[in-house]
Design a binder for this molecule. Structure first.
Ligand SMILES: Nc1ncnc2c1ncn2[C@@H]1O[C@H](COP(=O)(O)OP(=O)(O)OP(=O)(O)O)[C@@H](O)[C@H]1O
Length: 244
């Protein structure tokens, strides 16, 4: 379980948000929503201590991650997979090696084990035929799926998705959403999804955290979001051109 407690973060005199608190249960899929620049990415970067807050704590399984020493911090970070905005694949190595990269970097596994695990991951995203392809040969949707295979190769407990469907057509977005749902179910992953895409929120999320006015404006289940009277939340959802 991740407990976010009274987090406040500024960069210089730019206050991003203050006093943000909510919990993420094991196995939950939560969407972090809010307008551009409201601090969604900054918030999720606190969850694996890529950014430290001015005030507040993140407690994972009872431990305050901002107090961890280097070795424990590294271990904790390995429990997270991250699907970066724009996929962030390495163009200089092929698809197979992109997915294999975390195994080569973080584990002592031999080539045969690495081969088996990479092929299993590629199968999971329906791209086993792309193993030998250069990244430049892949479409945007395929890149996203390869990035997903790489993000899950170390079987993380938590997976952070930063705008997983941005720039994709509706059909490809649906395919990625389906993969996110399957991964959460089959690998029992806790998923934290940063998105503007209300359609995706309704497809994949169980809970929603809405950042607005430099604070956590609203937090609840998707069902509660559909019925909420919170004006700012309603305005945000309506502006996303999706009626709930
Ligand atoms: N490393 C940094 N140094 C200084 N300011 C930063 C840094 N990272 C983010 N910010 C600022 O923090 C604020 C929140 O940025 P963030 O990227 O989290 O927003 P976001 O909600 O994810 O936006 P978007 O939806 O456009 O990706 C912005 O004002 C941004 O300029």
């Amino acid at each position: 379980m991740i407990q976010i407690q009274n987090l406040t973060k500024s960069f210089g005199d730019n206050l991003v948000w203050q006093d943000v608190s909510f919990d993420i249960e094991d196995g939950e899929t939560i969407a972090i929503i809010g307008r551009s620049g409201c601090g969604k990415s900054v918030l999720v970067k606190h969850l694996n201590a890529l950014i430290y807050p001015d005030e507040g704590n993140v407690i994972i399984d009872g431990k305050n991650i901002f107090e961890l020493e280097y070795v424990e911090l590294r271990k904790m970070r390995q429990r997270f997979g991250v699907l970066f905005q724009g996929s962030a694949l390495f163009d200089s190595i092929n698809t197979f090696e992109n997915v294999a990269f975390p195994l080569r970097y973080f584990t002592e596994k031999d080539d045969e084990q690495i081969h088996d695990e990479v092929m299993k991951a590629l199968q999971m995203v329906n791209l086993e035929d792309a193993a030998g392809k250069a990244i430049s040969e892949l479409s945007g949707g395929m890149r996203r799926r390869i990035a997903l295979a790489r993000a899950t190769i170390l079987t993380p407990d938590y997976l952070i998705y930063d705008e997983p469907t941005s720039g994709l057509d509706p059909q490809t977005s649906d395919e990625i959403n389906e993969l996110i749902i399957n991964l959460a179910k089959n690998m029992n992953i806790t998923s934290i999804v940063v998105t503007h895409d209300i359609h995706s929120v309704l497809e994949i999320a169980e809970t929603v955290a809405f950042l607005e006015n430099k604070q956590l404006c609203w937090h609840g289940t998707v069902e509660e979001m559909r019925q909420s009277d919170n004006k700012l939340l309603k305005d945000f959802v309506t502006a996303s051109e999706y009626k709930i």
